[in-house]
Design a protein around this ligand. Structure first.
Ligand code: GLC
Length: 476
């Protein structure tokens, strides 16, 4: 079975978020299931020389975006069994950032058209195309509207419903190649919506956790599309993300100063490393709580800014925060750190090596998201044997079970309502267990036994592909 994944970012080439991590690891897991996997991406301006030197030009041709014809280079590179294709057009993609330009509709229309034009030139002609997020949302729509000569089935994965690719109505006439009768399948609240086009036309929709698949059918999480998502629920599945267990391994991670596995004595040496880097007192006995995140409202940063002061004045703890984002949240965190310099430290940078050191050095990891399609950080935290404290939403709900001392079950701590005091109460509850050695050891044992790899989910995707291609009886 040949499956082509289409996405706008993929580790280690280009990354702004979790989407890139998934594209960097899921294909390798699918290969282990016997699937031939390729990935096709835009070639942005900052591909490092390490990769650039390994690319070969497979074909060049022109791609039309309505009446304009644009150059398109199709470049190729194979790594660990996965074939990567890059769509080269410097006008659209050789820019400083990946996203956030005024001509976003045109850039990604070009990308979708270029992917479709590339299909005849790929080494393996795909049996199925798996698209990710709105940037590849037109492909399912073109497949179902008579524009593609040999259409193939499509799967569309929602990584975050908040980002939909909604543009002015003129886009339909000026950029897209659909016949007028297909307007309704792309229009949503007076805009052309690439994500809607994908939801309507794809053969299956998946979300990155089972709980998120349910949540998005409600007004609170549906971002205006809950009605449509409810209607399409029959073709929707929730399949949990995993993380790459080789890449994220505290025993072999080159950024971890003192490698460890199931050994808290060794792990705690890394706490000192973090305390030094974050300029906090070097004290092994003080619990260290970490946050590594994009600093935006939806990640629950406002809950932290509301309770951080009370937390550090009532508890002997340290708080190390890493990330960048909304300037007003960054300002609030700087302010909190200046008020409590011995307990709160904030590094306003996005730096993967430092993030890994922090996962290794912290005792507890907080992720109080308002919504979370899946979330990878809580799984990395489990892998680095750091106890997660999360809000029960989306993938956080599906991966973290709150510790229950009565039966000794659970791999972290969680709270139900998006509320600062419930969050504070849950941190305090976790700290109580931190100081009770026996319970803490038991909790850590449960963490060591938590599965965070791709095995189960890669099987679920394979079953889904087989179901679509008619190779498996559809389960009721
Ligand atoms: C998005 C979501 C995140 C998810 C990731 C990968 O970034 O916000 O929850 O883990 O995509 O699917």
């Amino acid at each position: 079975m040949n499956v082509l994944h289409v996405a706008s970012e993929c580790s280690p080439f280009f990354k702004t978020g979790g989407l890139a991590d998934v594209l960097g690891s899921l294909p390798k897991a699918l290969i282990k299931q016997g699937i031939n996997v390729s990935v096709i991406l835009p070639k942005y301006g900052h591909l490092s020389d390490e990769w650039q030197n390994q690319l070969t030009l497979k074909k060049s041709f022109t791609v039309s975006v309505t009446w304009r014809n644009q150059y398109c280079g199709l470049e190729q590179f194979v790594d660990q069994g996965v074939t990567y294709y890059f769509i080269d057009n410097e006008y659209y993609f050789k820019r400083e950032r990946l996203y956030g330009y005024l001509d976003e509709a045109e850039r990604f229309t070009f990308f979708n058209h270029a992917v479709l034009s590339s299909l005849p030139f790929l080494d393996e002609s795909p049996d199925l195309i798996h698209c990710h997020d709105w940037q590849s949302g037109l492909i399912p729509a073109y497949m179902k509207t008579g524009s593609v000569e040999n259409p193939v089935p499509t799967v569309f994965t929602i990584h975050n419903l908040r980002y939909q690719g909604a543009f002015p109505l003129d886009v339909f006439r000026e950029l897209l190649h659909f016949a007028p009768e297909h307007f309704a399948g792309l229009e949503m609240d007076g805009a052309i919506n690439f994500l809607k086009g994908a939801l309507v036309h794809s053969d299956r929709v998946t979300t990155v956790s089972p709980t998120y698949a349910q949540e998005i059918q409600t007004p609170a999480f549906g971002e205006g599309l809950h009605g449509l998502l409810h209607q399409e629920r029959g073709k929707t599945r929730g399949i949990l993300n995993g993380i790459d267990l080789e890449d994220f391994d505290p025993k072999t991670d080159p950024h971890v100063t003192y490698p460890y596995k199931h050994n808290q004595m060794e792990k705690r040496k890394n706490k000192q490393v973090i305390q030094r880097l974050f300029e906090l007192p070097e004290r092994k006995d003080i619990p260290l709580i970490a946050m590594v995140n994009r600093l935006v409202e939806e990640k629950g940063v406002p809950l932290l800014t509301q309770i951080a002061g009370e937390l550090v004045t009532t508890e002997n703890v340290q708080l190390a925060i890493l990330g960048t984002g909304d300037p007003s949240l960054e300002d609030q965190l700087h302010h909190l750190a200046s008020l409590h310099p011995h307990q709160i430290s904030f590094k306003c940078v996005f730096a993967e090596p430092l993030a890994r050191k922090l996962y290794a050095g912290a005792d507890l990891f907080i992720m109080p998201s308002r919504f979370e399609p899946c979330g990878l950080s809580q799984m990395i935290s489990l892998r680095y044997e750091t106890v997660p404290i999360v809000r029960e939403t989306g993938g956080l709900y599906d991966t973290i079970q709150s510790y229950n001392e009565e039966i000794g079950k659970g791999n972290g701590f969680s709270f139900t309502h998006y509320n600062a005091h419930d969050f504070l109460y849950t941190i305090k509850r976790a700290l109580r267990f931190y100081r009770t050695e026996k319970e803490w050891e038991n909790l850590l044992l449960n963490i060591y036994n938590s599965e965070v790899g791709w095995d189960v989910s890669a099987k679920q995707y394979t079953a889904l592909y087989e179901e679509i291609l008619g190779k498996r009886k559809v389960e009721a």
